[in-house]
Ligand binder design. Structure first.
Ligand SMILES: [Mg+2]
Length: 365
């Protein structure tokens, strides 16, 4: 862990959909909009899976017994869940995340951590990435998301709640420690009600109280969680964003403002894509032997062309040459081109392959 301190500051975004299941139901059924609804069963033993913001005003929240919810909010409308729809929306938002970074760690269908320190768009400002992602989510799904931006997972997660719903907040390295000190212990992500109660017994009510305890004390009383609590009390959290699957490719694509019919113009558009892919691979120590060019036409049909070499591409010029050659094979274009993509696969190196290599990737980040 010590060598992490020499790493550059990480840029972590936590994206969290607002009242996810309930918002999907209100999206799909206009009669439910503006009304207090609970997704879940209304039966005697039913539990609220999600509550709309209108229902939350009455104190209805997820995991609450439906009977209690109905008592708090007599006009509450119960809607049966449609998990296949929620999964499909979840897939849509993950595809949006993947345009920015392969380092996506979903926490549930509607929440994920993204490490955008190195990102496929080459964007410097993580809060601009969060704004873009939220706008795309809105555009594609019609739903609102909130985001937290910070230099580690713990603070990004805390930040996504600050301006909810439909907002985002940044916690900078400068502000992190003071933010944590002022935080009530029961608000800490990773401190459940039982732990919070035990902490209270030791006089720990806030982050500042937690910070005043030694590592030895926290290890003695909270075991393996001790070092985590010691770290987050100082705004330190070195947990990596762990993608839920091993990455198989690195790609970048761009949709053009005006469709392209000219081969030279299309070739010129390949360069920034190849550069983005190469920049990312270089930063991650990834090589690739297969390059794929995706061509999407104005009628939304698409073609892909691939070439695999015996050894990994050595530089951006090689990727670009291969991409141009592949593009030439579909010229003249059957229709104007609205999007081009360049993807590198058959990956080698630290960021690809088996789980052992995946572990190396984690360390090198
Ligand atoms: Mg949510």
């Amino acid at each position: 862990m010590n060598n992490m301190s020499s790493s550059p500051v990480r840029k972590i975004v936590h994206v969290d959909m607002d009242a996810f299941y309930a918002s999907v139901e209100q999206r799909d059924n206009p009669e439910l909009r503006g009304k207090p609804i609970a997704v879940g069963g209304s039966a005697a033993r039913g539990v609220v899976a999600a509550a709309s913001y209108e229902a939350r005003k009455f104190g209805v929240h997820s995991a609450m017994p439906s009977v209690t919810a109905k008592r708090k909010c007599p006009d509450l409308i119960f809607v049966p869940p449609r998990f296949d729809i929620y999964k499909a929306v979840s897939q849509q938002i993950r595809e949006i995340f993947a345009e920015y970074t392969p380092l996506i760690e979903p926490l549930s269908l509607d929440e994920a951590y993204l490490d955008v320190t190195e990102n496929l768009k080459g964007m410097e400002i993580a809060s601009e990435i969060a704004l873009e992602i939220r706008a795309k989510i809105k555009q594609v799904t019609g739903l609102n998301a909130s985001a937290g931006i910070s230099y580690n997972k713990f603070l990004a997660k805390m930040a996504s709640d600050l301006n909810k719903p439909n907002g985002q907040a940044v916690i900078t390295p400068k502000n992190g420690p003071a933010f944590v000190e002022a935080l009530r212990i029961n608000k800490f992500h990773g401190v459940g009600p039982a732990t919070a109660e035990r902490m209270r017994k030791y006089g720990i009510e806030t982050g500042a109280d937690l910070k005043s305890k030694s590592l030895a004390f926290l290890q003695e009383h909270f075991g393996k969680s001790g070092p985590y609590f010691y770290g987050i009390a100082r705004g330190i959290d070195e947990r990596q964003v762990k993608p839920d699957r091993i990455r198989k490719s690195v790609g970048a694509e761009d949709t053009f403002i005006e469709d392209i019919i000219d081969l030279d113009l299309a070739n010129a558009e390949l360069r920034p894509l190849a550069e983005k892919v190469w920049r990312y691979c270089e930063a991650q120590g990834i090589g690739g032997k297969t390059v794929t060019v995706k061509i999407k036409y104005s009628d939304f049909t698409q073609a892909t062309r691939s070439r695999t070499e015996a050894i990994p591409f050595a530089n951006v010029a090689e990727i670009l040459d291969a991409s141009s050659a592949l593009l030439a094979t579909v010229y003249p274009f059957k229709r104007p081109v609205r999007l081009l993509g360049v993807t590198l696969s058959s990956l080698t190196g630290a960021g690809a392959g088996n789980t052992h290599q995946q572990a190396q990737l984690d360390l090198e980040l």
